[in-house]
Design a protein around this ligand. Structure first.
Ligand code: WTA
Length: 637
């Protein structure tokens, strides 16, 4: 078992050990797992190349570390507690033994469908236990899963299936979310019209929505499981074999397939889970994220299950049947650790105090947040009204790319400070640099956040595009991993994340590339060009503000055009990318070399119409005046 750090002194000691000799540090932690064959060398790395390998030639299967390792001690313990969308429906609990049985059976189903080690499998499912079973069954046979958030459009799903060249899609007939039913299989059918690699589709029956079943291609989960044996030996994998691909937005181009490999991800997700949340045996841990994002991968499925924890998985939304749903779940299951996003907290604050006031929530010991900076007001509300003034808040900073939490308090051990992610986890060596890449040492500095030494959970590549991996993360500052975030270190050495410094915006904790949204807007037949920026939004953190040039239509502000642009973006990417505000303009502010000056557009979107700084490189300054006038008019109306 992984030992938990128990005191501040213990943290300082472990941190120093992890910097003085990272290889010994991680090898001791890795030894608490079950390896079929131990590694020859702990680490090989080069951030210039870049190349990173952990636990070289180690052989293992991550599911043996979840199941076989726990089966004699935890067979009867709940592994997953599943709370359905409708609180009146039956919930489900899968003990480690039961989950293991399902995983082995589904692993055999996958083998029966001709899936082999190394094949890619797309998973597009609502939050049902079969989603976790699917991921673990893939890992069991050495197939690589690529989970796609079930709120993405058919078009986004098709892009991801095609990039990964997936052979199989695991999905469901439909999905419940609040009072709505999403026709999941219909979206899959639409996506598959432009996918050539997919041979089969397996559907979980969840909503009993009528679906189209294509003979020879589409199968029902329950039919296949009926005949599956529960006898399955895990495939032997190399520590550096791929565990999964997860697509995430960047500042340019299409989403990138972030690649995580088995050994390092296993060690890091489990180590960070146990220490940040200070999980103790018997605790009930609830992370409200969707498994379609990295938070769900690392902190609903892998991290908790590797630690033998009980992980609560929730199908629904925080406001159904009312805005007290999370707190009802906390009371129903006596949840001890609760992990959510600041945007959820802000939206619940806006819906009123009464929803927290009539719930007990006295089982809570630790609260967590992730995905975006948490503002002080939300922090205090969470601390006082949800945590009853007694639960430490872990403000966890990390990324799809880091695999696990990188900067965060350890609950109850590192003193917290509202809006600060505080200190790095052992093994993480942050460094703050200025625009030229010069290190800004000492306290009270502000700059760009980089990490100078590898940790086991770091991404290994961008799927099928190592050049993009290098360019995105390792070429801004030589020899450093660049996070894309701005950061401040205060007089206590605490880190406060300031947000993205690239063209990525963070909408309700979801990463959105501005270029991606612009491309979707530009598909509209009446649009000539567009520029998208983020602006401060009271609930979402950042909202999407689009400046759109529509030829002759822009002057008249054609009613309905903004609506059809929004619909278009929803169709192409998904509802999370829908612009909050659209301003029709005649042209965009460009430099003489043709680059859009987003700095100005950001200011205008914030409602600041004067402080544009140096605009001498603009080709035509009257463009800015026109845009300001439009924006002011619109703000008044
Ligand atoms: C942002 C989510 C401030 C940050 C796990 C990062 C945060 C991006 C925090 C990664 C936090 C994440 N405070 N900002 N505690 N956590 N971020 O890949 O900008 O979806 O780069 O991973 O979210 O988003 P991703």
């Amino acid at each position: 078992m992984i030992n938990k750090i128990a005191t501040l002194g213990g943290y300082i000691h472990e941190y120093q050990k992890s910097v003085a000799n990272p290889q010994d540090f991680w090898s001791q932690i890795a030894e608490s797992f079950y390896w079929r064959k131990k590694w020859d060398r702990v680490l090989e790395w080069d951030f210039k190349e870049p190349e990173i390998k952990w636990f070289i030639n180690g052989k293992l299967n991550i599911t043996e570390n979840i199941f076989e390792r726990h089966q004699f001690t935890r067979g009867d313990q709940p592994a997953i507690i599943w709370e359905p969308n409708n609180p009146k429906d039956d919930n489900r609990t899968l003990t480690y033994f039961e989950l293991f049985t399902e995983v082995k059976k589904f692993a055999n189903v996958l083998l029966g469908l001709g899936i082999k080690k190394g094949d890619r499998i797309a998973i597009y499912m609502p939050m049902v236990p079969e989603l976790a079973i699917s991921m673990l069954a893939c890992a069991r046979i050495g197939a690589i899963h690529s989970v796609v958030f079930a709120g993405f459009s058919a078009n986004s799903l098709a892009d991801r299936i095609n990039d990964a060249e997936a052979k199989l899609v695991l999905t469901s007939d439909g999905g419940f979310r609040g009072s709505k039913i999403t026709p999941i299989k219909e979206i899959v059918d639409e996506a598959l019209e432009s996918c050539t690699t997919v041979e089969s589709v397996v559907m979980v029956q969840r909503t009993h929505t009528k679906v189209n079943v294509k003979d020879g291609r589409d199968f029902w989960w329950h039919d296949l499981m009926n005949y599956a044996s529960d006898n399955n030996k895990a495939e032997e994998m190399d520590a550096e074999d791929m565990l999964f691909i997860l697509y995430t937005s960047g500042s340019t181009d299409k989403p990138k397939g972030i690649v995580h490999t088995i050994g390092g991800y296993m060690v890091y997700s489990a180590y960070s889970f146990k220490n940040v949340f200070q999980y103790s045996d018997g605790d009930i841990y609830f992370c409200s994220a969707d498994i379609g994002w990295i938070t769900g991968h690392s902190y609903i499925v892998y991290g908790p299950l590797l630690c033998g924890a009980t992980s609560l998985m929730f199908e629904g939304i925080p406001t159904y049947p009312d805005a007290g749903r999370y707190w009802d779940i906390v009371d129903k299951y006596k949840v001890n650790q609760f992990y959510t996003a600041p945007t959820a907290i802000r939206s619940l604050i806006a819906l009123g105090q009464e929803f927290v006031e009539n719930r007990k929530m006295d089982s809570l010991k630790v609260l967590g947040t992730v995905g975006e900076p948490i503002n002080e007001e939300a922090w205090h509300w969470y601390h006082d009204h949800v945590g009853g003034n007694k639960c430490p808040i872990v403000d966890t900073w990390w990324q799809t790319e880091t695999g696990g939490i990188a900067i965060s308090p350890l609950a109850g051990i590192i003193p917290t400070k509202p809006s600060f992610a505080t200190l790095p986890l052992p093994g993480i060596q942050p460094i703050i640099v200025d625009a030229e890449g010069k290190e800004l040492p000492g306290k009270s500095v502000e700059g760009n956040l980089c990490i100078k030494y590898p940790w086991p959970g770091i991404l290994r590549t961008v799927y099928k595009d190592h050049a993009r991996f290098k360019k995105t993360y390792f070429s801004s500052y030589e020899g450093l991993y660049f996070t894309g975030d701005g950061v401040k270190r205060d007089e206590d050495g605490y880190y406060r994340i300031l947000g993205r410094v690239d063209d990525v915006i963070n909408v309700s904790g979801h990463r959105m590339g501005t270029a991606e949204v612009e491309n979707a807007i530009n598909e509209h037949p009446l649009v000539n060009e567009s520029a998208v920026v983020g602006y401060p939004h009271p609930i979402k953190g950042q909202g999407i503000y689009a400046y759109v040039v529509c030829g002759e239509l822009s002057a008249g502000g054609e009613p309905g055009i903004t609506d059809s642009i929004k619909k278009g973006v929803t169709k192409i990417i998904g509802p999370i990318a829908k612009p909050d505000k659209i301003l029709l303009v005649d042209s965009l502010p460009k430099t003489r070399s043709g680059k859009i000056m987003r700095r100005i557009l950001r200011k205008i979107a914030e409602g600041d119409y004067d402080n544009f700084g140096d605009i001498s490189t603009l080709l035509d300054t009257s463009v800015v005046e026109q845009i300001v006038e439009r924006a002011q008019n619109k703000a008044q109306n």
